[in-house]
Design a protein around this ligand. Structure first.
Ligand code: NCD
Ligand code: ZN
Length: 343
């Protein structure tokens, strides 16, 4: 069996920097035409000049013969000004701005401490038509880690979309039924990305036969009923839900540690993983809209015109890939995948 699709884009991706780019940009560029590049480097990408320099480093890591366009983002802080937004917009290279609540996830220490500190920047984004990408989790330690998305939506996202009704907002890596319901019932300015791992796995994956650090990410995997809600949304044909892998490479020793960091790597087989999830749901015919159309439409960018082909053919995922002098353990390492992207 074969499946031909318009070449997809990844609307949420971490590629890191320096030597790590060699491995991870190659994986993504083989599959995707474009990707929204997350700005959570150390130090974070808070200014347009940094985003443009980072873009050049990413382009330098694209393998010969592949076409890949990184779409850059800025990291929103309490200090981001309206002028920062105008400069980003005028560059034509910065496509969006990412809101990390300070302390919510990997490299978020410089994030926003109180959303009211960002009103001027958000006002400018609304004016400029610059989308806001949101890591939608509260950091309040009193809130159960599995409820952090739901509480963020109630406390922060619902009021935010009322205050900025024209602002385009993406609830990144939505993980809960409540998140799906919020996005579905919100105006057309509000959309969400969905990862392959949240479509394929529930929280049992973190504890299968012992603690599984390579299944730990943020927002953390949720219970099965939430996974079912994500799958229903992704395969529904709603234009509000589109592909964003949140592929987040970390060296093996940072994951297999007494304090393992958050992030699941899926760029080695992103489309194959989504195809598996959609096939399991009996919805392969919905994959192209989700992977290749709805994201570009939301961002107001042209759809890609070239095609990719997936073939139903078993292959074994490697146990690891090299990563900047270390190794990287991908999702489903050593296991068999049933779809294969043709070169
Ligand atoms: C991401 C990372 O490692 O940068 N980690 C993750 O678990 N998803 C950060 C993020 O997107 O939250
Ligand atoms: Zn991410």
């Amino acid at each position: 069996m074969e499946l031909t699709l318009t070449r997809p884009d990844d609307w949420h991706l971490h590629v890191r920097d320096s030597d790590a780019l060699t491995t991870v940009v190659a994986h993504t560029a083989r599959q995707f035409a474009r990707a929204i590049i997350m700005p959570n480097l150390q130090p974070p990408v808070t200014k347009t000049a940094q985003a443009l320099a980072y873009r050049e480093r990413i382009l330098a890591a694209v393998p010969e013969g592949l076409q890949f366009t990184p779409l850059m983002t800025l990291y929103l802080t309490d200090q981001t000004t309206a002028d920062d937004i105008v400069e980003a917009k005028n560059s034509n290279r910065v496509q969006a701005v990412k809101l990390y609540p300070a302390g919510a996830t990997t490299n978020s220490a410089a994030g926003v401490t109180d959303i009211s500190n960002t009103w001027a920047a958000l006002e400018s984004m609304q004016q400029q038509g610059m989308p806001l990408l949101v890591h939608a989790e509260v950091t309040d330690p009193d809130i159960d880690v599995f409820d952090r998305e739901k509480v963020f939506i109630e406390r922060h996202l619902q009021p935010l979309i009322q205050r900025f009704p024209q602002l385009k907002v993406v609830l990144e890596h939505v993980t809960t039924r409540e998140g799906i319901e919020f996005v579905s019932s919100a105006p057309d300015t509000v959309a969400a990305t969905i990862t392959a791992h949240h479509l394929l796995l529930n929280r049992n994956a973190m504890f299968r036969g012992g603690l599984q650090p390579h299944s730990y990410c943020l927002p953390v995997l949720k219970r099965e009923s939430h996974r079912e809600a994500l799958l229903a949304a992704a395969t529904s044909g709603s234009r509000k839900f589109f592909l964003g892998t949140d592929s987040a490479p970390h060296a093996r020793e940072r994951k297999e540690s007494s304090c393992g960091c958050a992030g699941i790597y899926t760029a080695h087989a992103a489309l194959e993983l989504y195809a598996q999830a959609f096939e399991d749901a009996g919805a392969l015919q919905q994959l192209e809209d989700f992977a290749s159309h709805f994201g570009a439409d939301f961002y107001g960018l042209p759809r890609n015109t070239d095609k990719v082909m997936l073939v139903k053919k078993d292959w074994q995922v490697p146990d690891s890939y090299p990563l900047a002098g270390s190794t990287l353990v991908p999702l489903l390492a050593g296991e068999t995948l049933h779809w294969q992207l043709q070169p």
